[in-house]
Unconditional design. Structure first.
Length: 478
């Protein structure tokens, strides 16, 4: 009896192993479905700053994420998108070659080596590779020879690897290591911490991450500028490829691409490294005692507490006793008239100032036309917070006259500074304005907010849609 059971057991085990291998083979070789048949676009991407990530509010974000979600609308209302998130950048192109995705939206540079493997679409972003180094190490490289004998790590399969291999072929003294499981973000953090001499990254990536790793320096350029584009399998779906060409042509002409680039890259170089270092220090030494008040302001006004904190830092550096020569005072630097209209009796009282300032932002935001999409509507409200709503309207009128988009912050930050030139302010309804100031104000706040959103968790409001409105009519629109 026992002898009969053994062959049966072996057969059962063999069957299970075979079934497992069949399932593994199926899923490992499963190709993306026909786009028009399945009404599904499969996109491979890569988790990285500014590309595809989860933001401080727990939502998916990134330039590539936003572009893909706009593109899917061009395919049709009944189409959906499925993202495949590669574990590392070196997995992106093989995923395409195996036919598992219809396209790659992963911040890929167009290179000669890659172009032999895949097909690139319309270039939409220019980048330049730079050596990243630690500011506190006093080791900024000035020439290629300065890299000899140093610890240089770069992500395996990246365009940086291609560039360094080319340089190595020219001079074998240049040594570097391709790291299988490390992202550019991780390697830049290692440089920031002093664990690594150098890495290589695109200028835009460095600019974003310098705001989180203030010890990173952007050193010499490596090679010529490159272009970023979506990638497609060489034998991929021709309909999808042609639709992508038409898509980028449309969003370039309409200004949508310009707005998206501004959203993710337009403010990243506003602050210098000393500003960022000081801000980081203040988030540890000063901010904690005010966090409960900022969260209370979010509860009452439905504005992310980290945005309110960013505004307050730009205004007063979280100094509740800050007073300007024109008697603008407190954490949110309220004028005496604005404070009176808001019912703030003591501008030097941190709680009154923060709650009043947050309420004032909402009042201004409701004056900005609802047709202006977010986040542009918020940036315009903040510009009005700095310079007044009347001058913001002059800038929007000027934008329209110049053939720009009056509902786009990327265009308004171009026309605002023009209001200090007689050629323009002489024809503006409200005359001269120092229009450069609100641009600096808003762009700095955007950077401070990005840092806080990465450093501190979001706060869930008890009343997520509640805004405090009693004194809305007290402040009249000019």
């Amino acid at each position: 009896m026992r002898l009969m059971r053994k062959p049966f057991a072996f057969a059962l085990i063999a069957s299970l192993v075979l079934a497992s291998l069949v399932v593994f083979y199926y899923f490992s070789h499963q190709r993306a479905p026909d786009v028009r048949g399945a009404k599904e676009l499969v996109v491979v991407t890569y988790n990285a700053a500014g590309t595809y990530y989860v933001d401080g509010k727990g939502n998916f974000a990134g330039l590539e994420y936003d572009l893909v979600n706009l593109f899917i609308k061009d395919l049709g209302d009944d189409y959906r998108v499925k993202f495949i998130v590669a574990d590392k950048v070196s997995d992106v192109i093989p995923t395409l070659q195996k036919g598992k995705a219809h396209l790659a939206a992963a911040n890929l540079s167009i290179t000669k080596e890659r172009a032999e493997l895949i097909r690139f679409g319309t270039p939409y972003l220019d980048v330049q590779q730079h050596v990243a180094y630690g500011l506190d190490q006093n080791n900024e490289p000035k020439a290629l020879q300065d890299l000899f004998g140093k610890h240089i790590h770069i992500p395996k399969g990246s365009s940086y690897a291609e560039r360094l291999k080319s340089l190595h072929n020219q001079n074998t003294m240049l040594k570097f290591q391709e790291v299988e499981d490390a992202s550019t973000d991780e390697l830049l953090e290692q440089v920031n911490m002093g664990f690594l001499n150098y890495t290589v990254a695109d200028d835009r990536v460095i600019s974003i991450l310098q705001n989180y790793y203030p010890n990173i320096g952007k050193g010499m350029a490596i090679g010529n500028p490159e272009k970023i584009a979506w990638a497609f399998p060489k034998n991929g779906n021709e309909w999808v490829y042609k639709k992508s060409l038409a898509f980028f042509d449309r969003i370039s002409k309409e200004g949508t691409l310009k707005n998206l680039l501004d959203r993710y890259h337009g403010h990243t170089e506003r602050l210098n490294q000393l500003d960022v270092r000081k801000f980081f220090s203040q988030t540890q030494s000063v901010l904690p005692k005010f966090v409960p008040i900022f969260k209370s302001a979010q509860e009452l006004n439905d504005i992310d507490w980290r945005l309110i904190a960013a505004i307050s830092y730009q205004e007063s550096h979280w100094d509740q006793y800050n007073t300007s020569p024109t008697n603008v005072r407190g954490m949110m630097m309220l004028t005496e008239k604005t404070a009176d209209d808001l019912g703030v009796t003591d501008r030097l009282d941190a709680k009154q100032s923060i709650l009043g300032g947050a309420r004032y932002i909402n009042i201004l935001k409701r004056q900005v036309p609802e047709k202006i999409p977010e986040p542009d509507r918020t940036w315009m409200a903040l510009a009005a917070y700095n310079i007044g709503f009347a001058h913001l309207e002059d800038a929007r009128v000027l934008a329209k006259k110049m053939g720009l988009n009056p509902n786009s912050w990327a265009d308004i930050k171009t026309t605002l500074p023009m209001l200090n030139k007689a050629k323009y302010y002489s024809k503006a309804k409200f005359g001269y304005a120092n229009g450069g100031a609100p641009v600096i104000f808003v762009e700095s706040i955007r950077t401070y907010y990005d840092i806080l959103a990465r450093k501190f968790p979001a706060h869930t409001s008890i009343f997520p849609s509640f805004e405090f409105r009693p004194t809305d009519t007290a402040i009249k629109r000019p």
